[in-house]
Design a protein around this ligand. Structure first.
Ligand code: ATP
Length: 306
C-alpha cells in the first residue's frame, strides 16, 4: 500500500583528503578523495499531490525559510524526483517535497546532494518503484558527483569527479566540531581560484595517500589527524583569508587538526570528545562564524525515517 507521506534523511560529508588533479577538457577536475559522512542530516518529506507537478519548499530545523536554495526545478531534490519518475515510467505522480535543511548551504558539505539522495529514497518508497540500491546509485551519479556518496554514506574513496566509490571499513568514530560561515562559497569559484594559484605549476594526477586509508581502517585517530589534507584549502583561504584565523583558534583550543571542508567555507576540526565543547566555544567567537556543532562520523547513507 502507498503511504500518504514518506520521509527520508541523508548525511552531510567531509572530505578527509581532497586531491585535485589537472583541469580536464570538459571543465571538471579529476579528483581523488576520501569521503566521510557525518551525523548532520537533511530530511525530505514527500507527499503525493494531484496532477503531475513536482514542487518544493525549504525550511530550516525551526521552520524558518532558508536563503540561497532554489525552489524551482533547479533544486537538486526536485531534479532527483523527476529523474526517478522518468526512469520508472510513471505518469501523473505529482509530489510535493518538504526539505528540512540542517546542512549549511553552499558550505562544502554537499547539502544539495544529500537532499537529492533523500529525495530518491523517499520517492522510490512513495511510488513503490521497487528500485534496487544499484539503480538509485546510477540515477544519483547522473544528478551530481557527490550524490552517490550521500546515498551510500560511511567512508569511501572517491575517484573520477568523486562519483566512483570504493567503500572503506572504519573502526573508530571520529569527533568533529563544524564551524559554518554566514556566507557560502560557490564551488566553481573555489576551483577557479585554485587554477589561478596553480598557473604554471605542474599538476600530477591525484592519488590518495594509502597511509590515510590504513589509519582509517585500523582506527588510528592520531594518524588520521596527521594525514588529512585538502588541495582546495589554499584557494578557499585565498578567497576568505579570515578562515585562517578561525582555523588557528580551533587548533589553539585543542583540536588535533582543522581544515576546510571540500570547497568551504565550512571548517571542520578533528577533536577528542572531551575537548569538543572547548573547541566549539573558541571558534564560535571568531568573526564570520554563523554556527558551530559537534558531530560524529561515519554516518549511514540516505535512508527512510520511520
Ligand atoms: P557542492 O556540492 O557543489 O560542493 P556545496 O556542498 O558547497 O556544493 P550545496 O549546499 O550543496 O553546497 O549547494 C550548492 C548550490 O546548489 C547552492 O548555492 C544552491 O544554489 C544549489 N542547490 C540546488 N538544490 C539545492 C538544495 N536542495 N540544497 C542546497 N542547495 C541547492
Amino acid at each position: 500500500m502507498t503511504a500518504a507521506a514518506v520521509t527520508a534523511r541523508a548525511p552531510a560529508k567531509i572530505n578527509l583528503s581532497l586531491r585535485v588533479g589537472p583541469l580536464r577538457p570538459d571543465g571538471y577536475h579529476t579528483l581523488a578523495t576520501v569521503f566521510h559522512a557525518v551525523h548532520l542530516d537533511d530530511q525530505v518529506t514527500v507527499t503525493p499531490v494531484d496532477g503531475d507537478a513536482v514542487t518544493v519548499a525549504v525550511s530550516d530545523e525551526h521552520g524558518d525559510p532558508v536563503p540561497g536554495v532554489p525552489v524551482d526545478e533547479s533544486n537538486l531534490a526536485v531534479r532527483a524526483a523527476l529523474r526517478l519518475r522518468e526512469a520508472a515510467g510513471l505518469s501523473g505522480a505529482g509530489v510535493h517535497l518538504a526539505v528540512r535543511k540542517v546542512i549549511p548551504v553552499a558550505g562544502g558539505m554537499a547539502g544539495g546532494s544529500a537532499d537529492a539522495a533523500a529525495s530518491l529514497v523517499a520517492c522510490a518508497e512513495l511510488w513503490d518503484t521497487g528500485s534496487s540500491r544499484e539503480h538509485l546509485a546510477s540515477l544519483a551519479a547522473m544528478l551530481g558527483a557527490d550524490v552517490p556518496f550521500a546515498l551510500r554514506g560511511g567512508c569511501a574513496v572517491g575517484t573520477g569527479r568523486g562519483e566512483h566509490l570504493e567503500p572503506l571499513s572504519m573502526r573508530a568514530a571520529l569527533h568533529w566540531v563544524l564551524a559554518w560561515s554566514d556566507t557560502g562559497l560557490s564551488t566553481p569559484s573555489v576551483f577557479g581560484a585554485l587554477d589561478r594559484l596553480r598557473a604554471g605549476r605542474p599538476v600530477p594526477p591525484p592519488q590518495i595517500d594509502q597511509r590515510l586509508v590504513t589509519a582509517l581502517e585500523r582506527g588510528l585517530v592520531g594518524a588520521v589527524g596527521m594525514l588529512v589534507d585538502n588541495d582546495l584549502e589554499e584557494a578557499a583561504l585565498d578567497l576568505r583569508p579570515e578562515l585562517a584565523t578561525t582555523l588557528a583558534a580551533g587548533r589553539q583550543a585543542g583540536a588535533r587538526v582543522g581544515l576546510v571542508s571540500g570547497s568551504g567555507p565550512t571548517l571542520v576540526f578533528l577533536v577528542d570528545a572531551q575537548r569538543a565543547s572547548r573547541v566549539a566555544r573558541a571558534v564560535a567567537r571568531e568573526p564570520g562564524v554563523a554556527g558551530v556543532r559537534h558531530v560524529t562520523g561515519p554516518a549511514p547513507g540516505a535512508a527512510l525515517v520511520a
